[in-house]
Design a protein around this ligand. Structure first.
Ligand SMILES: [Zn+2]
Length: 154
């Protein structure tokens, strides 16, 4: 992968909207690798007790998320999240972020996968190849979709 010296403003802005600063972008023919830094939100409170007495206690280990950019480029995000501690109830937590769906997937990547599973005739392997997942992961998403459809039918 090669490092991009002039990072596109659109790319910077789309992560800024989610309180993330773009630090570094690497690129090859197929995908981007984007290093991000979490920007603190102005008002934060403890998710457990709602106290505003919190302090940052350093960075989490590096996490990777599969993402797809607004202009449809596959990307791996590398983020170290800030760990916070509540001074009242002592729970440790991270800042909530709407971009992240779970610990290795962004919300918009998840939507795109579900769209492919639902609306194309591509098989699991083909979807996986296009979106950078293994066949097994796509099979899991398909199962999830089937279960949610069944739930709606009840
Ligand atoms: Zn608390």
């Amino acid at each position: 992968m090669i490092r991009i010296d002039n990072i596109d403003n659109n790319l910077i802005n789309q992560y800024n909207r989610f309180h993330l600063e773009v630090i570094n972008v690497l690129k090859d023919d197929e995908a981007l690798e984007i290093e991000l830094k979490e920007l603190p939100k102005e008002v934060m409170c403890c998710p457990k007790c709602s106290s505003k007495a919190i302090k940052s206690i350093g960075l989490s280990r590096l996490r990777r998320f599969k993402d797809i950019t607004e202009d449809h480029k596959l990307a791996t995000l590398r983020v170290s999240k800030v760990n916070y501690k509540c001074l009242d109830c002592e729970s440790i937590f991270n800042q909530e972020n709407d971009l992240f769906y779970n610990k290795n997937l962004t919300t918009r990547m998840k939507s795109v996968v579900m769209y492919y599973v639902k609306n194309t005739n591509l098989n699991n392997c083909e979807i996986g190849r296009q979106l950078g997942f293994d066949e097994k992961s796509i099979r899991r998403f398909r199962k999830e979709l089937e279960l949610s459809v069944q739930k709606e039918a009840i």
